[in-house]
Write a protein of this length. Structure first.
Length: 218
């Protein structure tokens, strides 16, 4: 699976310079063509990921997920996500710490709201633990939500720029009303980058097992 930036460079490199010479008087048409090519390339990349049919459910209805499920003992995939200050955040940004990585559909839903606030409350009692809450919400909305709710101990990160994170962690929803959102899951990654706990909530509207998460951290 290629990184989003690699896809852009590939598309522009293959077609950009040639089309720009041919369309100097029509820059809008040039960029439209490049944008269409980019979308097609991204769609092709996404179809290459393994699809786990009916891996979880939404209010009892089966939901497909893209990417293989992470298992305990596996190395946590590196990622590049966007923080609320629009900065790049990677797994390596918190190297040496234990990481709790919680993926959610959106902060603007009731269960995600409660889950994120619960992790924020628990953070004070977890020294040398970085708690990351990842969704497809835009960074601007995440920042606004955290400010309104007084959430300041967990990091909310946005995966909106690319589907790679969702596929690598096996949480990207394919099809249905939550298409391209992330399902509810929690991973605990130790200081060496190894997954020591992985839970994919079988029902998206239900909470994860908080006790199991805390036990894995301790």
């Amino acid at each position: 699976m290629q990184d989003c930036a690699d896809i852009v460079r590939m598309v522009v490199g293959q077609k950009g310079s040639r089309q720009l010479r041919n369309n100097r008087s029509e820059p809008e048409e040039h960029f439209r063509q490049v944008r269409e090519q980019l979308n097609q390339t991204i769609e092709t990349e996404e179809t290459m990921a393994e699809i786990r049919k009916g891996a979880v459910s939404l209010k009892g209805n089966p939901v497909d997920l893209a990417g293989q499920a992470l298992v305990v003992g596996a190395k946590a995939p590196e990622f590049s996500l966007q923080g609320t200050g629009l900065e790049e955040v990677t797994l390596g940004s918190s190297a040496g710490k234990t990481r709790i990585i919680a993926t959610i559909p959106s902060l603007d839903t009731s269960v995600c709201h409660v889950e994120t606030k619960k992790f924020n409350e628990q953070a004070a009692a977890l020294p040398n633990v970085e708690i990351l809450v990842v969704s497809m919400d835009l960074p601007f909305g995440q920042k606004r939500w955290c400010g309104a709710e007084g959430v300041d101990k967990v990091k909310t990160l946005s995966a909106h720029r690319c589907s790679k994170f969702g596929e690598d962690y096996g949480v990207l929803i394919k099809g249905g009303p939550l298409d391209r959102c992330l399902c509810r899951a929690v991973f605990v990654v130790d200081a060496n980058g190894t997954v020591v706990h992985a839970e994919y909530c079988s029902e998206i509207t239900e909470h994860p097992n908080y006790d199991a998460v805390l036990a894995a951290v301790k």
